[in-house]
Design a protein around this ligand. Structure first.
Ligand code: FES
Ligand code: FES
Length: 266
């Protein structure tokens, strides 16, 4: 196991940071006595230090493939993931994110890892119809929930209307944020139908179902999905087309001189 080997090599080379050495010193463990102690003590009881050297790859590993000495470091749980209408029982570490479970265990790599910290939206999927950040969702909490990823949007060999609109309106450049943008947009259509409020909702008491979202509303409600390529105008156009049902929605174009002047004087 790569991570475990790294840890063993670290113990062997006595390669610890000053902070770690300080902890060992406080325990009265120095030089060879420290090495002897760390070699003798079981891997499991070293986990206090060792886990900080283990990467997400370890948590995302197939548990059955891990040696027993590593498995004892992990908190194995069973979960039944229902993704795109297919059920898959998995043994996972309880700390594994849904994002890692999708990508590393189910090979559904359409869902992208951008920041892994809930800041970019690249990992957006739908759980029971609601958009969620899969990097901030523990896979273990998704037992038997309906998870939809970008791979599950097309049906009968036909793209989802939102995917078609993204293609038509050129709603992407590098495409890295696109699966998250598309999943977020599809879920937003339902939010509008259900009359869910946003930061821009002026009166919560009078909000109705079947909202017709303004461009400002669309931008606000999609603001959790960052696009480094800046394809925002095209994404909004794509969303507007599906949301309005107007397939004649104009594609993006440069402002005319007159519009520029009007904007300057506004
Ligand atoms: S990868 Fe989840 S929000 Fe960025
Ligand atoms: S298309 Fe490149 S990040 Fe959005």
């Amino acid at each position: 196991m790569k991570d475990l080997d790294k840890w063993k090599a670290k113990v062997e080379a006595d390669d610890f940071t000053d902070d770690e050495k300080k902890v060992f010193d406080e325990m009265g463990l120095k030089g060879s006595s420290r090495r002897t102690f760390l070699k003798q003590v079981s891997v499991a009881s070293m986990s206090l230090w060792a886990t900080s050297y283990f990467t997400n790859d370890l948590f995302a590993s197939n548990m059955e493939d891990l040696p027993e000495e590593v498995r004892v470091l992990l908190n194995e749980v069973k979960v039944n993931l229902r993704v795109n209408d297919i059920s898959k029982p998995l043994n996972i570490d309880s700390r594994m994110s849904l994002l890692d479970a999708l990508r590393e265990r189910l090979a559904l790599t359409g869902t992208k890892k951008g920041c892994d910290h809930g800041q970019c939206g690249a990992c957006t999927v739908m759980i029971d119809g609601k958009r969620k950040l899969s990097c901030l969702t523990l896979a273990a909490t998704c037992n038997d929930k309906e998870i939809t990823t970008v791979e599950g949007l097309a049906s009968d060999g036909k793209l989802h209307p939102m995917q078609e609109a993204f293609v038509k309106h050129d709603g992407y450049q590098c495409g890295y944020c696109t699966p998250g943008q598309v999943c977020s947009s599809v879920a937003l259509l339902e939010e509008a139908k259900n009359g869910e409020a946003s930061y821009l909702t002026e009166d919560l008491k009078t909000i109705k179902k079947d909202l017709k979202l303004s461009e400002a509303e669309i931008r606000e409600r999609m603001s959790g999905n960052i696009c480094r390529c800046g394809a925002y105008n095209n994404i909004v156009q794509a969303f507007k087309e599906v949301h309005s049902g107007d397939s004649e929605m104009p594609t993006w174009e440069f402002a005319t001189q007159e519009q520029m002047e009007n904007a300057k004087n506004a």
